[in-house]
Design a binder for this molecule. Structure first.
Ligand code: ADP
Length: 167
């Protein structure tokens, strides 16, 4: 089942895992990454430091510290340089590898933020299309794939895009 929800991903519950839009050095930062680390507490940063780094398009997994979920998958979306530098494939990979990592850990429900669409500047419509297209490929393998939208406009965009993709 795919669900689309308005909210703060750090407050998600009734779900096994949330995905973090991390950076390659896994050092935390602004946006959703900073919010997740603040809410999860220092143990998650310690695990990230031990892992060291995560190339763009890949995903790593940690525990979730003080969050009400069991795991955090940290993935790194591309920085938008205009779209001709491989960004669409890298964003697909970020979602795809997050799902693969989740399956590897027998995770049955997972919530995503809109990876790359903040500081990294990926255009929202194109990013939403990729997020949901990859989600549809994995839908049957999970109990719930949740897209946690941080704004009303993102929520509407996700709902309309899913409607179009389902045809
Ligand atoms: P990136 O560097 O991958 O662009 P950002 O954190 O800057 O990551 O933004 C990614 C998306 O996450 C943006 O759409 C932003 O609105 C959203 N976002 C920021 N904080 C939260 C939060 N607490 N919960 C869910 N989404 C969030």
């Amino acid at each position: 089942m795919i669900t689309i929800k308005l909210g703060d991903i750090t407050l998600e519950e009734n779900i096994d895992c949330i995905v973090n839009a991390a950076n390659e050095r896994l050092v935390g930062g602004g946006g959703v990454d900073g919010a997740i680390h603040r809410a999860a507490g220092p143990s998650v940063m310690t695990e990230c430091r031990q892992i060291g780094s995560c190339p763009t398009g890949s995903a790593v997994i940690t525990s979730a510290g003080d969050l009400k979920v069991l795991h955090i998958i940290h993935t790194v979306g591309p920085i938008w340089y205009g779209g001709a530098q491989g960004e669409p494939q890298q964003l697909k990979d970020a979602y795809y590898n997050s799902f693969k990592k989740a399956l590897e850990y027998k995770i049955k429900s997972i919530a995503f933020p809109a990876i790359s669409t903040g500081v990294y500047g990926y255009p929202k419509n194109e990013a939403t299309l990729i997020a949901l297209s990859v989600g549809l490929e994995f839908e049957s393998k999970f109990d719930e794939i949740r897209y946690t939208c941080f704004s009303k406009s993102d929520l509407t965009n996700y709902q309309l895009t899913l409607h179009k993709l389902r045809g």
